[in-house]
Design a protein. Structure first.
Length: 285
């Protein structure tokens, strides 16, 4: 069973370098930031940036490349200045992803801060209605990421994801990115076949499996229901190998891109992205 496994890779030196790095690692897809994740503004994309990146995607036979948005954006904020700034920034993120020809823009749905979750979720929906009206006709989708629920972060319950999609004026503009570390830390078990089946049955009941567009493949340094977001290498954290074995052999998700977001480091002279990829591919029956 072939899998579209990739990683989040750096665009330092040029967008095309992320695509070439993915190809060199033997990966089938790639996730990038289209600018610094910790800055509001980024350098404008040039025609050459776009051309070189798209040529590298084709050259390396990458499928369904995506981007992740800035960590500064909070569409659930009750602070009007931050909320409007976040809307403007997200529109730019979508424009950049669209220009590069990416299929999805992954985003954390925001944080409630001192507010009630229900109010913050309504604020997210209002923001997306504005964003979607300003980017009508875009092909790139917004992929709402399931979160660990650290602090006041929204998106740690499947119900949050369903609310944002279903209450939006343009539900077809959305999909969901399921992060294995996040949903485990949020309290959804994945270890045994029964637990794995029950978690995705609950997702299907609440959101719908047809809403899943991508996965983030990360083990967790913290235990089930810890509500702490700490990624670990595949099979080396509290999740262990079994959840990834289930996922790698689940034919329902065989067509979906899956991106590693594990620490960039080497072991015995080999990049851990390559080690994690080999581990995952080795689980396929």
């Amino acid at each position: 069973m072939q899998r579209l496994i990739g990683s989040h890779l750096s665009i330092a030196g040029g967008y095309y370098k992320a695509a070439d790095a993915a190809g060199a690692l033997g990966m089938a897809t790639v996730q990038i930031f289209t600018k610094s994740s910790n800055q509001w503004r980024g350098k404008p994309l040039t025609d050459e940036d776009v051309r070189l990146f798209q040529e590298a995607v084709v050259r390396n036979n990458l499928q369904q490349p995506c981007a992740h948005d800035s960590y500064l954006i909070n569409l659930g904020s009750m602070n009007d200045e931050l909320w409007h700034k976040s809307i403007e920034a997200f529109v730019v993120e979508l424009e950049r992803a669209e220009t590069l020809g990416l299929v999805g823009l992954v985003t954390h749905p925001g944080a409630a801060g001192e507010s009630e979750e229900e109010d913050a979720l309504a604020r997210v929906v209002e923001a997306f209605n504005i964003i979607n009206s300003r980017t009508a006709g875009f092909r790139v989708q917004t992929w709402i990421e399931a979160t660990a629920g650290q602090g006041s972060t929204l998106g740690y319950r499947f119900e949050h994801l369903a609310y944002i999609i279903n209450e939006s004026q343009d539900p077809d503009r959305f999909g969901v990115c399921v992060d294995t570390c996040h949903i485990f830390a949020a309290g959804y078990p994945l270890g045994t076949p029964a637990e794995y089946a029950a978690t995705f049955q609950e997702f299907d009941d609440v959101v719908g499996l047809d809403q899943i567009r991508a996965f983030h493949l990360n083990d967790s340094k913290k235990p089930l229901a810890s509500r702490v977001d700490r990624h670990d290498h595949i099979g080396e954290g509290m999740l262990g190998l079994e959840p990834f074995r289930h996922l790698m052999n689940d034919s329902r998700f065989a067509h979906l891109p899956m991106y590693l977001e594990t620490k960039k480091e080497e072991r015995d002279g080999e990049e851990m992205d390559a080690v994690n990829l080999r581990t995952l591919l080795g689980l396929i029956r």
